[in-house]
Design a binder for this molecule. Structure first.
Ligand code: AMP
Ligand code: ZN
Length: 442
């Protein structure tokens, strides 16, 4: 399987560190608000990566952190006169609801930053000892000038370091020696949550939490680190510096980053205020899985512009697949399409080429067996298996047969009346060119 690795800027054959096991770390949400559908695009991409590895026979261990200590959280909690822990609670549960609605497989663990302060303190102490970090007015900073390979992920050596850094760097009110240095530990302030550490009371910077939690659960060197492209700099660059600086070992072997979801050509983001959440879909009675389908139609490394028309078209495509599943479960089995399986797997294994996967899927659509579709759904994640277990009540089946009989005898009035009776029972008869199928009314 080939995956595009941002460390080398090339598609590389994925070779796991340990037999058929893959360790994946994903930067998770900062729970100060509901996740917007841009964030969700990234989690869907990570889910497809995980499912592709699993379909290829890897046993995947996926860890996703939850940022529950952060400047924005502290600010918003104070505004709402709540403790940070109370403030984040509803957003944390909404995040898990969203994952479920999108059929995103749960990670093996969702560690919370607040539960891993000792691990972060340990790393910072190591960095201070090795001279890669320094103290300044109660805070601790990482000295990027001392870490020789700083910038390797973003190829900063090829650009002018400070030029690109300056506008994206953590601009904070703390005192540091160089503007590019970043905070590992922020000096405590009255009214803000803080923890005791050998280097003073305070709270961790954002980057250090990912280093601490990824290495705790996946080991010092692990297979894949994921996120969206906005995290490449400075977040992932800083994670590498802190982790490799402390362990002197390679951090993640692959950095795989998804492109953004746009709206009207602009990045969807909380700060621009151009966001939608799954709650907006609920109001419009739109199926969240249609959004999942919409996201999957684009390659994860391409920008994707969100439109309501696009979402609706995705919903129609999904309905067509569901109809086909209902049809196939009611007819004589079709032979498995091995050519489809081979070709679709080839597309997936070529850096998750989902547009290619869909092209193969739709080109073969009428020649796919029920098993082929369910196999494809191991990646698509449209919950199609659940359709198999929906039982058609015997009365509905019997009425459908009666209606077919009336139709064959060209007694259209009686056929329509029977169809209406079926509808009242919550089922719909649809006449496809290949014959009638029964499906539940939504
Ligand atoms: P946050 O909750 O802001 O920390 O972001 C959670 C995840 O969503 C991170 O991996 C971000 O890089 C990602 N993200 C933020 N905005 C977008 C967007 N418009 N499209 C795709 N991913 C995004
Ligand atoms: Zn992170």
């Amino acid at each position: 399987m080939k995956l595009f690795n941002f460390l080398t800027r090339k598609k590389e054959e994925f070779k796991p560190l340990k037999d058929k096991k893959a360790g994946m770390y994903a930067c998770g949400p900062t729970v100060y608000n509901f996740a917007h559908i841009g964030n969700l695009r990234t989690y869907i991409f990570e889910d497809v990566l995980r499912r592709t590895l699993e379909l290829a026979g890897y046993k995947v261990k996926q860890i996703m952190n939850i940022t529950d200590i952060d400047d924005k959280i502290i600010r918003e909690a104070a505004k709402n006169k709540k403790t940070a822990a109370d403030f984040v609670k509803p957003f944390k549960s909404a995040f898990f609801e969203d994952l479920k609605l999108l059929n995103i497989k749960p990670a093996q663990k969702y560690p919370l930053a607040a539960d891993h302060i000792p691990e972060m303190i340990g790393l910072i102490s190591r960095l201070l000892k090795t001279g890669l970090a320094y103290k300044s007015q109660g805070s601790v900073y990482f000295d990027i000038s001392k870490f020789k390979s700083y910038g390797k992920l973003n190829r900063l050596k090829h650009r002018k370091k400070s030029g690109i850094a300056r506008h994206r760097i953590d601009v904070d009110e703390y005192t540091k020696l160089n503007v590019e240095d970043f905070a590992l530990w922020k000096a405590g302030r009255p009214g803000e949550p803080s923890w005791s550490a050998p280097f003073g009371k305070g709270r961790p910077g954002w980057h250090i939490e990912c280093s601490a939690m990824s290495m705790k659960y996946l080991g010092r060197t692990f297979d894949i680190h994921t996120g969206a492209v906005d995290l490449l700099f400075p977040h992932h660059e800083n994670e590498i510096a802190q982790s490799e600086g402390a362990t002197k070992k390679a951090f993640a072997k692959f950095f795989i980053e998804g492109e953004h979801l746009l709206i009207n050509g602009q990045k969807m983001s909380k700060s621009l205020g151009n966001v939608y959440t799954l709650r907006d879909f609920e109001k419009r009675k739109l199926n969240p899985l249609a959004f999942r389908y919409f996201v999957l139609t684009a390659h994860y490394r391409s920008k994707l512009n969100f439109t309501w028309e696009g979402l609706k078209a995705a919903g129609r495509a999904l309905e067509r697949i569901k109809e086909r599943v209902f049809f196939l479960r009611q007819t004589a089995p079709i032979k498995d399409n091995l050519k489809f399986r081979k070709k679709s797997a080839e597309r997936l294994n070529d850096d998750l080429d989902m547009p290619g996967f869909f092209a193969v899927f739709w080109n073969n659509f009428d020649r796919l067996s029920l098993n082929d579709i369910l196999r494809a759904d191991q990646i698509l994640g449209m919950n199609l298996k659940a359709l198999i277990s929906i039982k058609i009540p015997p009365l509905v089946k019997k009425l459908a047969e009666t209606r077919e009989k009336w139709r064959k005898e060209k007694k259209w009035g009686k056929a329509d009346a029977t169809r209406n009776r079926i509808k009242k029972l919550g089922w719909l008869i649809e006449d496809l060119p290949s014959g009638p199928i029964i499906k539940p009314l939504k």
